[in-house]
Design a protein around this ligand. Sequence first.
Ligand code: NIG
Ligand code: FE
Length: 419
Amino acid sequence: MGTPIFIRNASQLVTLQGSSDAPRVKGEMSELGIIEKGSVWIEDGVIQAVGTDVELFEKYSGRLGEADVVDATGKLVTPGLIDPHTHLVFAGSRENEFNMRLQGATYMEIMNSGGGIYATTRRTQSATHEELFQEGYERLNQFLRHGVTTVEAKSGYGMEWETELKQLEVAKQLNDKHVIDVVSTFMGAHAVPKEYKQNPDEFVRLLIEEMIPKVAKLGLAEFNDVFCEHGVFTPEQSKQILEAGLRYGLIPKIHADEIEPYEGAELAAEVGAISADHLLKASEKGMKAMADKGVVGVLLPGTAYFLMAESANGRKMVDLGVPVALSTDCNPGSSPTVSLPFIMNLGCLKMGMTPAEVITATTINAAHAINRWREIGSLEVGKKGDVTIFNVGNYMKLQYSYGVNHTDTVVKNGQVVVR
Ligand code: NIG
Ligand code: FE
């Protein structure tokens, strides 16, 4: 029984109330359920009441003395932001490649000459569990300071079992030790290791017959992801890997159509993936197939920005009925950032989404992309007490005033963790 938290009198309380088992599409993405002069009462880690300050003051007037009262006058209050796609656990950084790309080298060229994902894999292989934990912990602190209260985290800088296991164990330990909730994805299929370049199907076999069963048995991941890309894993290999995961209860996710069109969006719909991510080069047919099956499109405009590529067509996807979420893709190669609010700004300026749509895309739709919509993603009675308070007066200003961290206060599981 902790101290209740009473967040009072927000100029806009974005509730996103009415969450259901389907992610939001089209016009639903603009329905933020805003309460002006809104308040929330949280107790035992769970939201107990949401309404106007007048309503909640009346209801709890006898208990004000026992609560931690947070005055949100003039501020924006939203559900804690959710980042549904990160490569959280890794060692080192790759600013040298940033410099190379500025001089004309491409992301895939760097990777194919042994840098890129391979460079981070070497660093991650030689890092100790403790080092990876420390780096990941500090990264989570930064996420929290940007208003993020839940992140998905992928393995994939192992390319062999010991290091994949180390990454997944570090992610689990981070989930246990850090206030942010970390949701784990196995991404053994992130790149084909050098020693399997001549025989990639043998690596696919290893993933399917050995690694995926072990991950499932140890309960170290909920999702199974694959980098389906020309020169990495083919759609056929990706399908085999994702279907193998399904047999072991791992829900499919896919890095799809990032650099070249490769029918990844179509594959996501075919295998019943919970999300297809990136989608810069997704075909209209693929988008429609995703819309039909309710596959969440997790768009990563920070990656496009950082790789100097054209962003995914978020506007078109929303209009076609794809439920869209947004994420940082936080990783050392293609998107070294933790700033989900900056990604929201890019969602507006580079993908044609509206400020209201990008709020939905980083809250309730992001919760759907990681199968957490029952617990988080909206401010509703019974959901977790995860709340972010921004020092702006309305939700549009959060996107409009960019490059500034407006995060003021963060409440996680009903406790103030950033103030
Ligand atoms: O999502 N596309 C593949 N994987 C990551 C990048 C990983 C890296 O460059 O280290 C991504 O962009
Ligand atoms: Fe990624």
